[in-house]
Design a protein around this ligand. Structure first.
Ligand SMILES: C[S@@+](CC[C@H](N)C(=O)[O-])C[C@H]1O[C@@H](n2cnc3c(N)ncnc32)[C@H](O)[C@@H]1O
Length: 214
């Protein structure tokens, strides 16, 4: 089963990960910091899933286009209260951005997506994203840190250095999912020539990366 299909099957109970007690203080702090960087901006959200971050990031924006390959995860998002009149959803493949037409943005956000990008695709994916963004655009990415007592254990590492987890869905079937846990230095090194003044905030269970495009 591929990654999109895994998340399609998990859509209705995906948000259990956001109810883990040990993650609550990190989540509240990250949610509170999300609107600021996007105030007054036109933002592209990549792989929005069930829209956990969407309603926080979009609070003070001008417009927010939340995209995902899976209509099923976005169905959950569409049933949530979002900042009025500002949030639009679209089915878009993050590896092509086909369907965005000529639209460009001065902000981009992605939650828990970076970790699923194979290392050998990361630089080209960031270039593809940056090509959609105007000079001066603000980019924020956040994702999980590996925490022994809370994260699903890593099952293997491949020749490219990607790490994997075996995850069990509610039907009992086990799926292998690529999940990388970059360090700050690794993430900064991947960003490419247009990234300016990158900042990395390390929470206990998550990291947040924030930078501006030249
Ligand atoms: C870990 S979830 C993150 C969801 C949400 N951003 C969050 O942080 O809660 C990963 C998401 O990536 C989506 N996805 C998988 N492959 C994709 C692709 N090629 N293009 C766009 N979205 C994709 C899945 O449907 C899923 O919603």
């Amino acid at each position: 089963m591929d990654m999109p299909e895994y998340y399609r099957q998990r859509a209705t109970y995906y948000e259990r990960v956001y109810h883990k007690p040990e993650r609550q203080s990190d989540l509240r702090a990250m949610e509170a910091c999300l609107p600021g960087p996007f105030a007054g901006r036109r933002v592209l959200e990549v792989a929005c899933g069930t829209g956990w971050w969407t309603r926080h990031g979009a609070r003070d924006c001008t417009h927010w286009l939340a995209t995902d390959l899976n209509p099923n995860t976005m169905d959950v998002a569409c049933n949530k209260a979002m900042p009025a009149g500002r949030v639009e959803f679209a089915t878009v493949d993050a590896y092509t951005f086909d369907g965005l037409g000529q639209r460009s943005f001065d902000g981009a956000f992605s939650g828990c997506w970076w970790s699923h990008i194979p290392l050998e695709r990361l630089a080209s994916w960031l270039e593809l994203l940056h090509a959609r963004l105007e000079p001066g655009a603000r980019v924020v990415m956040l994702d999980n840190s590996y925490v022994e007592a809370s994260s699903t254990p890593l099952s293997r590492r491949d020749a490219q250095g990607n790490t994997y987890q075996n995850r069990t869905l509610d039907d009992g079937k086990v799926h292998e999912v690529l999940k990388n846990f970059p360090t700050c230095d690794e993430a900064f090194a991947a960003l490419g020539a247009r990234a300016r003044n990158p900042e990395w905030i390390a929470y206990e269970h998550y990291w947040v990366l924030n930078y501006q495009l030249a």
